[in-house]
Design a binder for this molecule. Structure first.
Ligand code: ADP
Ligand code: ADP
Length: 239
């Protein structure tokens, strides 16, 4: 059974169709990289999966449960409102621009999800945050504020924060696009080691290293549709 199944996902912004009837199945452990020109709907598709966007048509099924769907009246509904929170806990998302809380320490940022969403105790949340910061190699930055970090370090904190929720799927939306070139490598390596551990992931990126070195499948998106799909070998003619 696929971890995630999308059928006919469609999203309009006024008279613009940003995502146009996307079908996709993601198997557990699979690493998918979506590439394509700016404005082709990649980010909107990721945001739809995480229910950050209300889709206009289609269904989203996660672990066999339908979490988003459209009625004949054309409006997306959820079976139960708490499904949104449940789903967001299972799907971690990392954005281009980090979105860390500036008034909280690094540790506080990573503890926030377990504390407020998962209602863990302070001690449990702290232990999870400590473990996740170790995983991204930032144990020594626990007590500093995000403003003192490099872009690469901020993004690794954002990854640790998403991982603290113990997600089954990670969505990365241009995780390295806001970084100075010399900082791309450390974030790439962090995501690569997560991939090696078996995390299921969907990565939208302009950095072809992800498609070449990490993907099981590469999808080329343009004008809201998937135009081509294949292995990295097929895309890059690797011998
Ligand atoms: P990509 O991630 O491939 O660059 P996006 O999903 O960000 O593409 O955008 C797809 C299209 O939808 C673009 O034309 C973009 O301008 C438009 N779009 C995205 N978000 C909104 C929004 N909130 N309101 C109106 N148009 C939007
Ligand atoms: P991030 O990089 O953190 O994903 P962005 O800087 O790409 O965030 O901004 C994305 C936000 O801007 C989203 O809320 C998206 O819906 C909105 N957006 C993107 N394109 C447009 C557009 N053409 N008109 C209005 N809002 C847009």
């Amino acid at each position: 059974e696929p971890l995630l199944k999308l059928t006919g996902i469609t999203k309009h912004f006024k008279n613009l169709t940003a995502v146009n009837g996307i079908n996709l199945e993601v198997q557990p452990g699979e690493k998918l990289v979506i590439i394509g020109p700016s404005g082709s709907g990649k980010s909107t598709l990721l945001r739809s999966i995480n229910l950050l966007e209300e889709i206009d048509d289609g269904t989203i099924t996660f672990e066999g449960h339908q979490v988003g769907y459209v009625t004949r009246l054309g409006k997306r509904h959820l079976d139960k409102p708490h499904q949104i929170c449940a789903l967001r806990a299972e799907i971690g998302m990392v954005f281009q621009h980090f979105h860390l809380f500036p008034h909280m320490t690094v540790l506080g940022n990573v503890m926030e999800g377990p504390l407020t969403v998962q209602k863990k105790t302070r001690e449990e949340a702290r232990q999870t945050a400590v473990d996740m910061l170790a995983k991204v190699g930032l144990s020594d930055k626990r007590d500093v504020f995000p403003a003192t970090l490099s872009g690469g370090q901020k993004q690794r904190v954002a990854i640790a924060r998403a991982l603290a929720m113990r997600p089954k799927l990670m969505l990365f939306d241009e995780p390295t696009s806001a970084l100075d070139p010399e900082l791309v490598g450390e974030v790439f390596d962090t995501i690569h080691s997560l991939a090696d551990e078996g995390m299921t992931m969907l990565i939208v990126t302009h950095h072809m290293g992800f498609a070449r070195e990490l993907a099981d499948r590469v999808i080329f998106m343009e004008s809201g549709r998937f135009l081509a799909e294949g292995t990295p070998q097929e895309f890059f003619c690797k011998s």
